[in-house]
Design a protein around this ligand. Structure first.
Ligand code: HEC
Length: 251
């Protein structure tokens, strides 16, 4: 009896100790200026990284020692922009974990994650690549904000419009981010009400004909004005296109 208990303890204890040690080792200290912390971006970003990699990140003050340091002084690599300045990441040179985080943040997934962060209906941060690639900055105008609300309400039943509508949508229906990647995305969105399956359930004031009485809409109809569609277009313009991979780029 006693021997069994002792044997079990011997088995259990090292496992706990090892886990503690791993947690200790993998906690990366991360510092950022207070004005960036206040935006909520890091609370959004860091847990997502931890979840994927199992690396714990500890947010510390700007003056404390840290393996990763987000700054606006141009130290390290340009990683994103917004809302008022560019942000750089300085990493501790010998830390493998810090290097991994930098690769993640500067890579596709990290850049997409930070671009998908929204506060008060706006997406305040843009990927570093966007900064380099496009001179004209796409900013969310009042219309785009209204457009996002309209899209959530009317299109979010079927399409993934943004993160909020990820779970409520029909998986096989193309997401807005995917369609934003089409070269002719604006034509398609301007005319969506004429493209299947929408005519069966969409009413655009002063544009569409009344529904055929023998074929009532299969779902509660969408009712929009042309201004609403313009607002949705303004919103779609701000969406980061999903990466469609190389086959489509060839077209
Ligand atoms: C009842 C579900 C449903 C709703 C609501 C809906 N859509 Fe769609 N939409 C679809 C489906 C399904 C497709 C894919 C059709 C296909 O496979 O060609 C689609 C395709 C599209 C396309 C691409 C059309 C093409 O042929 O290129 C656009 C643009 C679009 N939707 C915009 C919208 C907008 C904007 C709204 C809201 C105002 C909206 N949709 C609401 C189901 C819906």
């Amino acid at each position: 009896m006693r021997r069994a208990a002792a044997a079990m303890l011997a088995f259990v204890m090292p496992a706990f100790a090892a886990q503690d040690l791993m947690a200790e080792e993998s906690a990366l200290r991360f510092s950022a200026p207070a004005n960036l912390v206040e935006t909520g971006l890091l609370k959004y970003l860091l847990p997502r990284y931890s979840l994927k990699t199992g690396t714990r990140l500890e947010l510390v003050g700007e003056t404390e020692t840290a393996s990763l340091r987000l700054n606006s002084e141009g130290k390290g690599r340009l990683v994103f922009s917004g809302p008022e300045n560019d942000w750089y990441l300085e990493t501790e040179p010998d830390s493998e974990n810090a290097g991994k985080f930098e690769e993640w943040l500067a890579g596709d997934v990290g850049q997409r994650t930070l671009a998908s962060f929204s506060a008060n209906g706006k997406q305040p941060f843009t990927p570093a690549a966007a900064k380099k690639a496009q001179k004209v900055n796409v900013v969310a105008t009042g219309d785009a904000v209204q457009g996002e609300n309209l899209a959530e309400r009317h299109c979010g039943r079927c399409h993934m419009v943004n993160e909020k509508t990820r779970m409520t949508t029909i998986g096989s229906t193309p997401s807005f981010a995917l369609m934003r990647g089409f070269p002719d995305w604006s034509n398609r969105f301007e005319a969506f009400y004429a493209l299947n399956p929408h005519p069966a359930f969409t009413i655009v004031a002063e544009v569409t004909e009344p529904f055929d009485e023998t074929r009532p809409p299969p779902i509660a109809p969408l009712e929009l004005s042309l201004q609403d569609i313009e607002a949705i277009l303004a919103f779609v313009r701000t969406i980061e296109p999903a990466d469609l991979g190389s086959p489509l780029k060839v077209q």
